[in-house]
Write a protein of this length. Structure first.
Length: 347
């Protein structure tokens, strides 16, 4: 009897070793190829997972401002699973993102009291699942998962393959994000150069960039700020025309840091934007500007990456409220107004 048990154990070890070697060889084939772009790598990796793990579907899901979105997938020819791609928020991905440092493995949702009643199984029909976080700069930005419509006993080597592929795809996503940042940075630099040559991007009254310039600048800079999770100080003031105004404003603009921006917002209003600047740093810069201009009422706020809109509508409204408060004070001081819950509700 013992010899039979030993033979079974030996056979299982041999089978597991063969499976692990097969997964390793498949992964090596992915790494040995050259890819023209990231989409080819996505295709190869997801099809490899479907084939190696013998599952219905492999999916890449990303977290966006509007929720979860399935943006790349591969499917088996013998698909037994229903359409889960249009409702990723009902799948298991949300559970993975809640604990991004762990791999979620579900072998049989139907017989598991914890998973049998969740929408991923009850509505979408996912019975077996492995999911692991996709990362950019150590921040979970999505999920790599495999789904199957029937129970499946995933081995350790299968889970190891998922982790290895997720790491590879995470690096690819980081490279694509960096490429996008470089493109946006180039666009921003090109735009800065264009101000000198294109008067339509420049205010005739002050010589500063105008609202048209600001719109393009925001598209480039707020994308990066959102990705980095960095707030931005926004300051507004009103300064009527005077003999010294143009020279002072241009001196201030010339002395700003590389990513800072001073905009002529029209009707004698001026908007200052200070990316990735904490309150203490912003107050030092604002104090220097006030020394140049004199005692002028100013209002400021911070654009918050998670809650504010990318057109600065909410942030500008807060600046206007802060400016009104400053105008009521005898010394025309500077006032901050920070984001409040009612600001989001009334947006």
């Amino acid at each position: 009897m013992e010899s039979e048990s030993e033979a079974v154990r030996t056979g299982l070890k041999h089978s597991f070793r063969e499976e692990a070697e097969d997964h390793l060889n498949a992964l090596s084939s992915i790494l040995s190829k050259n890819y023209l772009d990231a989409t080819q790598l996505f295709d190869h990796c997801l099809n490899l997972l479907v084939k190696q793990l013998k599952v219905d579907r492999a999916v890449m899901v990303r977290a966006t401002d509007l929720g979860l979105e399935a943006f790349w997938w591969a499917e088996s020819q013998n698909l037994s699973l229903g359409d889960t791609l249009h409702a990723p928020e009902k799948g298991f991905s949300s559970y993975v993102l809640e604990r991004p440092n762990r791999v979620l493995v579900v072998k049989d949702a139907a017989s598991d009291p914890h998973w049998s009643k969740v929408p991923a199984h009850s509505e979408l029909g996912i019975c077996a699942y492995i999911g692991t976080a996709l990362r950019e700069s150590d921040r979970a930005v999505g999920v790599l998962c495999v789904q199957h419509g029937k129970p499946k006993d995933f081995s350790r080597s299968a889970i190891a393959l998922m982790i290895a592929v997720a790491n590879l795809l995470s690096r690819a996503l980081e490279v694509e994000a960096l490429k996008q940042e470089l493109r946006l940075t180039k666009d921003s630099l090109d735009l800065t150069s264009a101000v000198v040559e294109d008067s339509s991007l420049q205010s005739l009254q002050s010589g500063l960039p105008n609202q048209r310039y600001l719109e393009v600048w925001l598209r480039a800079n707020l994308f990066m700020a959102k990705r980095r999770g960095e707030p931005m100080a926004v300051v507004l003031w009103h300064w009527p025309e005077s003999p010294r105004r143009r020279k002072v404003l241009n001196d201030i603009s010339s002395s700003l840091r590389g990513e800072d921006l001073l905009v002529d917002f029209g009707r004698d209003r001026f908007l200052l934007l200070l990316p990735h600047t904490p309150q203490s740093g912003a107050e030092i810069l604002i104090e220097r500007i006030r020394e140049e201009m004199g005692e002028i009422a100013m209002g400021g706020t911070f654009w918050e990456t998670e809650l504010d809109d990318v057109q600065l509508h909410m942030a500008r409204r807060r600046c206007e409220m802060a400016l009104k408060e400053s105008l009521k004070k005898p010394d025309e001081a500077f006032t901050w107004r920070f984001l409040r819950p009612e600001d989001v509700e009334n947006a």
